[in-house]
Write a protein that binds this ligand. Structure first.
Ligand code: PBG
Length: 323
């Protein structure tokens, strides 16, 4: 047979395959999201996320130590709060003596070199379970910015390296940038949740934090999964407002959006491999329906291949154990 081009030649041994491999996963790309809860020596597994636990601060510090030893050096923290700490204005979010900010300080004290990302959004602290202030069933944009500004500033004061506004209010990146700069926190970066879609894949996360909206949905602020041009508008705004990273969320059903932003912007693109994406792979693996480890690595590789430089993933520790 005369076949001029034989792509299989470059696949014939592991050494050749490794040599021509275009994309690589590396532990330094990964950010591990962690859930903190009240108490001491307390842990509770998230039912819909096998292997992922809410941890009290002391155990969270131990977990971070283990991850640091494996080379994972970036963490994104989220609080699980009892209903009694929630109110309409998320005031607990900037209480310096509250669980979250105390934990951020504890992590910063013990791990001066860690990248600590904090989440800027009202939902874990909101009695309405929404990311903004609710009035007559509407989510108010501009008054919410003031809460987000206070929250971001308090997080910077507690030692955050990167603040991550995950709320999708208009104008929040610029507003937070200004508040941080006025507070002297020029070095605190903003990872904007740029293209955050109103997704079914956040379900397990809302279980983890007991943060599901008490009424309605998040479609007036999170994006319609049908849209990609709109992601460019969001990216344009976040870039202009001073974001240091542009994030796409979720990741796997939005690989085209990751590529779109990576093709059009020179900032590092991040992708959030969300709770539901984690749960799908874990559930199938637990049933013996697929090889969980291979599926995990393939999924993460596809996110990198699409153009994400940084991946937020609940798999970070597991990956670090393999790589
Ligand atoms: C909300 C927020 C959500 C996630 C991170 N921040 C869920 C939501 O918008 O309801 C989801 C993360 C995940 O599913 O892993 N500010």
């Amino acid at each position: 047979m005369l076949i001029n081009r034989r792509p299989r030649r470059n696949r014939q041994s592991a050494a050749i395959r490794d040599m021509v491999q275009e994309t690589h996963l590396s532990v330094s790309d990964l950010i591990l999201p962690l859930f903190v809860m009240e108490g001491q020596n307390a842990r509770s597994e998230v039912a819909s996320m096998p292997g992922i636990h809410r941890l009290s601060t002391d155990l969270l510090l131990d977990e971070i130590q283990e991850c640091m030893d494996l080379g994972v050096r970036a963490f994104d923290l989220f609080p699980n709060l009892p209903e009694s700490k929630k109110d309409k204005y998320a005031t607990e979010s900037y209480n310096p003596d509250g669980l979250y900010l105390q934990t951020v300080r504890a992590v910063r004290d013990r791990f001066p070199d860690a990248v600590i990302m904090t989440d800027v959004a009202m939902d874990p602290y909101s009695s309405d379970g929404h990311d903004g202030i609710v009035e007559n069933g509407k989510i108010l944009n501009d008054p919410t910015l003031e809460v987000l500004g206070k929250m971001a500033l308090a997080q910077a004061q507690a030692g955050a390296s990167i603040v991550g506004p995950s709320d999708m209010m208009d104008g929040r990146v610029g507003y937070i940038r200004q508040v941080l700069d006025e507070g002297g926190f020029h070095d605190v970066a903003i990872m904007a949740y740029t293209a955050k879609y109103a997704s079914a894949f956040y379900g397990p996360f809302r279980d983890a934090l007991d943060s599901a909206p008490k009424f309605g949905d998040k479609k007036t602020y999170q994006m319609n999964p049908a849209n990609s041009r709109e992601a460019l508008i969001e990216a344009q705004l976040d870039f202009a407002e001073g974001a240091d990273f542009l994030m796409v969320k979720p990741a796997l059903a939005y690989l085209d959006i990751i590529k779109l932003l990576n093709d059009n912007y020179d900032l590092p693109i991040a992708a959030y491999n969300v709770s539901g994406e984690y749960a799908m792979i874990k559930a199938a693996a637990q049933n013996g329906w697929l090889d969980g480890e291979r599926a995990m690595l393939e999924a993460l590789m596809s996110i990198k291949r699409a153009g994400a430089k940084v991946i937020l993933t609940y798999f970070a520790k597991e990956v670090a154990n393999i790589l």
